[in-house]
Design a binder for this molecule. Structure first.
Ligand code: AMP
Length: 560
């Protein structure tokens, strides 16, 4: 006997793609079953279309969904863009139905300014989105002397309507004779009614394009399995499901704006005025020493300073050194570590900073947390655990430093407690603008040959598109708050780098630390909004922290 039946499913969405449906049939003599995977076909949707960002080339990042895979076409000022070697679409990530990519533009000039329209189509429909891009050379040349500074100003806001879920699945079940013979899935399809409009989001930024300057790099193992992709060449790696373009040595001084002035006078300190006392640690550029510095200030014969030495003084290393010295000279704020000057008379090149007695904040937090006794080697058993008001006091000071950096159009890109320093009376300053330290190598994820990424502190758009902005710094500040309230735990410590990337890009956020008040966790959540423009503004964060800190005064003296 043969039986036919149809199973109709409705209310399915593209998220149901790949789900398994099993049909089971039984009678008095036996049972059988058969399964099918749902393959839901749907028209393309442009989920995201971002302002151009500077990678190795310029990139207009996008995310498109659709099944079957949409065909992509670009229009520039309404005219079909012919893709060629210098302008081409690249897809970075492919899941079954989701595609991340870039319209890659190699050294665009003013003729490339204008509206870019992305059209994504498949047999079920089409979606389109606009983004306006303005590439402009300024007369200023960066230090590499090869490229100028680009400004861009783009506006875009996707306003994708909700998908109308009308999905039907028909299943034909065949039953032969006494025994049941199987289930056959006949057809899966769907029909979406949709339209797409793009509103305006409005934002503008200033970035410079000095990606290719090479700061000295550390040889750091990523401590995890990074399968590097041989077939993609050296400019991309696969992390989990994500193909990430490798940008050589992202470093931290790309937003000169008002900071990098041509007339900056870097103070030069004579070598004989610096008396090294002991090693403090190892940094991105080389060793860091405690030293006495003579004749630095008119009122004191000598003061304690921290000196950073440049390990490998290659040509580009020296260029970086000088650029950073200029930048540091111009960054002056009570919550940014004070930079006194350089000593370049002989090797090694030296940078001189104010000495911060308690070292980096991460180590400080751990030393004043519940695990301190375990780490104390018997000698610090008198150390006291940090109180909540003290944590707020610390957080508030870092936020103050970040307000200042944002006001200078400076995007830090690596805000983390390891990059903050603690002085006397719980004075905290943002103290490091370089990248990667041997001690904290596991905080970074090595992609490709050189690039080190602090992924655990990075928002989705920085991980997926290397988009670093004041808003991505805000995300990192949220992670810094989490570090403070966990006494310096590593974010996502229980996960491997690949798992972290997956978590963050899928929208998961860190859990509320046990000791963290609700108001502070709400603040963290405000920093971790997926859309950068939805995140709290750095000034708001600072004000909130300031009022929370005021409400619970700090008794500083307990730290001695
Ligand atoms: P960095 O080059 O900033 O990565 O420094 C490496 C280590 O040297 C840090 O983890 C600190 O422990 C120490 N250090 C760096 N700068 C200072 C400073 N200004 N005062 C005291 N210790 C510092």
């Amino acid at each position: 006997m043969e039986l036919q039946s149809i199973l109709t499913l409705s209310g399915l969405s593209p998220d149901d793609n790949g789900r398994e449906l099993t049909c089971s049939a039984e009678n008095i003599v036996g049972q059988t079953e058969a399964s099918v995977l749902l393959n839901i076909l749907f028209p393309p949707t442009i989920v995201q279309l971002y302002q151009p960002v500077r990678n190795q080339d310029w990139c207009i990042p996008f995310t498109v969904m659709g099944n079957p895979r949409p065909d992509l076409h670009w229009y520039h000022e309404g005219k079909l863009l012919e893709e060629q070697q210098y302008i081409k679409t690249e897809i970075h990530e492919i899941t079954d139905t989701e595609y991340h990519g870039c319209l890659q533009l190699d050294i665009p000039t003013h003729i490339h300014n204008g509206i870019y329209t992305l059209v994504a189509s498949n047999e079920f429909g089409e979606d389109r989105g606009n983004v306006s891009a303005h590439f402009m050379h300024t007369p200023d040349e960066d230090h590499s002397g090869t490229e100028g500074v680009f400004y861009y100003d783009t506006t875009f806001s996707p306003d994708t309507p909700p998908l109308e879920d009308k999905v039907a699945v028909y299943i034909v079940v065949g039953i032969a004779g006494v025994a049941l013979t199987g289930c056959i899935l006949m057809l899966v399809f769907l029909k979406y009614g949709r339209s797409s409009k793009f509103g305006m989001k409005g934002s503008s930024s200033v970035i410079s394009n000095d990606d290719d300057s090479a700061s000295p790099l550390h040889h750091v193992s990523n401590g995890n399995n990074t399968p590097s992709s041989s077939e993609m060449g050296p400019d991309a790696v696969i992390i989990g499901m994500t193909k990430i373009p490798v940008i050589e040595n992202p470093q931290y001084f790309r937003n000169p704006g008002s900071i990098l002035k041509s007339d900056t006078l870097v103070q030069h300190i004579k070598r004989h005025n610096i008396l090294l006392k002991r090693e403090l640690g190892e940094g991105a550029f080389g060793k860091v020493f405690l030293a006495e510095c003579y004749n630095l200030s008119p009122d004191q014969e000598k003061i304690l300073v921290a000196v950073k030495t440049l390990k490998e003084a290659s040509e580009s290393g020296r260029a970086d050194f000088h650029r950073e010295a200029e930048l540091l000279t111009n960054l002056q704020h009570e919550h940014i570590v004070k930079f006194y000057g350089v000593c370049v008379e002989c090797d090694p090149l030296i940078m001189v900073f104010e000495y911060m007695k308690h070292g980096d904040l991460n180590r400080f937090l751990r030393a004043h947390g519940p695990d301190a006794v375990l780490m104390a080697d018997g000698q610090h058993s008198l150390l006291v655990e940090l109180t909540q008001p003290q944590m707020l006091h610390i957080a508030q000071q870092i936020a103050a430093g970040m307000v200042y950096l944002a006001s200078q159009h400076f995007v830090h890109r690596d805000l983390a407690t390891r990059n903050c320093l603690v002085g006397e009376n719980l004075l905290v300053k943002i103290g490091d603008f370089g990248m990667s330290r041997d001690v904290y190598s596991t905080d970074y994820y090595r992609v490709g040959g050189h690039t080190m990424l602090p992924i655990r502190w990075m928002p989705p758009e920085s991980i997926m598109y290397r988009r670093f902005t004041t808003e991505s710094d805000v995300w990192s500040l949220g992670v810094v708050l989490w570090e403070i309230f966990t006494y310096g735990k590593q974010p996502w410590y229980q996960l491997s780098n690949n798992e972290v990337i997956e978590c963050i890009t899928q929208g998961r956020v860190l859990q509320r630390p046990r000791t963290c008040p609700k108001e502070v966790y709400d603040l963290m959540l405000g920093c971790w909004q997926r859309e950068p423009y939805m995140r709290l503004n750095i000034k708001e964060i600072h004000n909130l922290l300031q009022s929370l800190a005021k409400a619970s005064p700090v008794y500083l003296d307990i730290l001695g």
